[in-house]
Design a protein around this ligand. Structure first.
Ligand SMILES: Cc1cc2nc3c(=O)[nH]c(=O)nc-3n(C[C@H](O)[C@H](O)[C@H](O)COP(=O)(O)O)c2cc1C
Length: 343
């Protein structure tokens, strides 16, 4: 349970505060709230590319809010601490944030919510924010653009995030997804090497961990499209603002692995949480046992499920097409407007 008075978000830039009824929205600059949390800086650099065109526009005010956990998560992660984060991530029971600067009385026209995935769920600081009473005050009825930058398994995390947005009455208007370009199996090795040992460069012939610099730079197109949409008041409508920009490509073939992973995180997470709080020594033997189990899962279930799906693709085709379309909503994978906004 998060206590409003003991939790916080830190202000990176001064916020313009006004009561919701104080001004005619048409007569004042558009106000955009951007929520930040990033460990390596990767998600922040994606957000920075998107926000730059908005900041450069005198008719748009941007407020950037950086989330900080009361006890910060380390980066790079010590091995056991990394896995110790999975029970609370999977069960969406994060520790509190440091005290917020926003009061909830601020009135934003658009909210940009970048988030990373932790253990097939939204990262703990983002979950803590969305479960904070402040989120309901800030986001109720507001159009929200989510931006995911993760390894490549985000499908079920996004379902969870959508549930939290529904709980606070926010309107998800767009979703942008950037995933690491390396092959799935390689990223199972390169991502932990980055997150646990701080080694971002590829090894053994595998590509670098994380997004490519080109992916990050090209995310500026979303900011330019948002700027134009704000000029036309399109954020007040129900249509996505980022359609036709190749915002998201869903790989529904990973859904079965994600479901198996989520189930195992949930069950083992329950057991580990019963053994003690995060960091408790009683959790460590169970965590080590789980790591072995997880490795076995990764080298068996993921390739087996991908191979089986490849063999059975003709039978699965309809289902895959349906799932892909569903997970690519609302922004979609079409690229017909990209030429207008690429730099
Ligand atoms: C504890 C932890 C668990 C993660 N689990 C996943 C995951 O389930 N799926 C995924 O695609 N990426 C996962 N990632 C990668 C992150 O989504 C993200 O790409 C990476 O941490 C860089 O984000 P940053 O901007 O915070 O540095 C995980 C990262 C961390 C730290």
């Amino acid at each position: 349970m998060i206590d409003l008075h003991s939790t916080a978000l830190e202000t990176a830039h001064p916020v313009t505060t006004s009561s919701p009824s104080s001004a005619d929205p048409a007569a004042r600059p558009k106000r955009v709230l951007v929520i930040h949390y990033s460990q390596s800086g990767q998600l922040d650099s994606v957000a920075a590319q998107m926000v730059a065109p908005l900041r450069a526009d005198p008719s748009i005010e941007v407020h950037e809010e950086t989330l900080r956990a009361q006890s910060p998560f380390p980066f790079p992660w010590p091995f056991i601490t990394f896995f110790d984060a999975f029970p609370e991530s999977a069960h969406m029971k994060p520790p509190p944030l440091a005290p917020p600067s926003l009061t909830g009385d601020e009135d934003f026209d658009l909210v940009i919510l970048p988030y990373q995935v932790w253990f097939l769920a939204p990262s703990q600081p983002i979950t803590a924010f969305l479960k904070h009473p402040l989120a309901a005050r800030l986001l109720k009825g507001k159009p929200v653009v989510t931006v995911i930058a993760c390894r490549n398994m985000w499908l079920l995390a996004h379902e969870k995030l959508k549930g939290m947005l529904d709980d606070v009455g926010a309107r998800l208007i767009d979703n942008v997804v950037l995933t690491d370009p390396g092959p799935t199996l390689a990223t199972f090795f390169t991502t932990p090497a980055w997150l646990i040992w701080g080694r971002k460069r590829g090894f053994w012939g595998m590509p670098d961990a994380g997004l490519s610099p080109v992916q990050i730079r090209r995310s500026g197109r979303f900011g330019r499209a948002l700027r134009d949409a704000l000029h036309g008041d399109l954020e007040r409508g129900t249509q996505p603002l980022l359609a036709g920009l190749g915002a998201v490509e869903a790989n529904a073939r990973l859904l079965i692995s994600e479901k198996a992973g989520t189930r195992s995180f949930f069950l083992w997470g329950k057991l580990i949480m019963a053994a003690g709080a995060p960091g408790a020594w009683q959790r460590k033997p169970l965590l080590l046992l789980y790591v072995v189990f997880l490795l076995a899962l990764i080298v068996t279930v993921v390739p087996v499920s991908l191979t089986l799906q490849a063999l059975l693709r003709p039978l699965f085709k309809g289902w895959l097409t349906k799932m892909t379309a569903q997970f690519e909503r609302p922004s979609g994978s079409a690229t017909d407007r990209s030429h207008l906004y690429d730099d």
